[in-house]
Design a protein around this ligand. Structure first.
Ligand code: ADP
Ligand code: AMP
Length: 213
């Protein structure tokens, strides 16, 4: 199964990707996670990506598309994958279709997580991440045992000014891909407000319904 998970920053893509990929037995591939790992590791890719990420802008397509092409060429992604955070504009969506076509594959589904702006801001402002495990918490909705633990950090792009720009970038550059997938009959939208397990349930029901056809 080859899926992309789309939706605004903070919609719960990373949270849901973990469960959905687990249920489907495919690797979860998050471009944001790959960029952050490169930033932490101080690689040339990380140095290049950091200034865009800090501003809440998209990393340029040539860099991002090359990185995704490399990752999709890995053995574990041969029979399927769940992409989280890619594509983020129409050009990336076209590049992904091209990469799949070269291998004789097609995308099965683009699953859109639908969440309103107020909820997005609440989710992003309360997001905290564990340095040691990478687990993502929320101060209110999924609180860590010790909210003051030095192991927890707030992503630098989860500050109010950067959040504002990320939402603008989403509306201007990413939202048009919904039309791209809708025209190709690939788009399924699910309500992503509510308990994490309920959202996973809706996502899995949508995936099963679509792939049974
Ligand atoms: P994305 O990957 O789309 O940016 P995340 O999965 O990191 O989003 O989720 C953003 C924040 O919202 C996190 O702090 C996460 O714990 C929280 N969150 C995720 N799903 C839900 C939900 N269904 N209800 C409330 N909070 C949620
Ligand atoms: P995320 O973890 O998905 O919220 O992504 C964090 C940041 O990484 C984004 O704000 C972008 O700067 C960058 N990024 C992640 N995925 C992409 C992508 N597909 N295209 C361009 N930039 C990306």
């Amino acid at each position: 199964m080859r899926l992309v998970l789309v939706g605004p920053p903070g919609a719960g893509k990373g949270t849901q990707a973990e469960f959905i990929a687990g249920e489907l037995g495919v690797p979860k591939i998050s471009t944001g996670d790959i960029f952050r790992a490169n930033v932490s590791g101080g690689t040339p890719l990380g140095l290049e990506a950091k200034r865009y990420m800090d501003a809440g802008d998209l990393v340029p397509d040539d860099v991002t598309n090359r990185m995704v092409a490399d990752r999709l060429a890995a053995e574990d992604a041969r029979d399927g994958f769940l992409l989280d955070g890619y594509p983020r504009n129409t050009e990336q969506a076209e590049v992904l279709d091209g990469l799949l076509e070269e291998r004789g594959h097609v995308l099965d589904l683009a699953l859109e997580l639908v969440v309103g702006d107020d909820e997005i801001v609440r989710r992003l402002s309360g997001r905290r991440v564990s340095k040691s495990t990478g687990k993502v918490y929320h101060l209110e909705f999924d609180p860590p045992e010790d909210p003051d633990s030095p192991d927890l950090y707030q992503r630098s792009d989860d500050q109010p000014e950067t959040i504002k720009n990320r939402l603008k970038v989403y509306a201007e550059q990413t939202e048009p891909i919904m039309g791209y997938y809708e025209e190709r009959g690939k788009l399924v939208r699910i309500d992503a407000v509510g308990d994490v397990e309920d959202v996973t349930g809706r996502a899995m029901a949508a995936v099963r319904e679509r792939t049974a056809k």
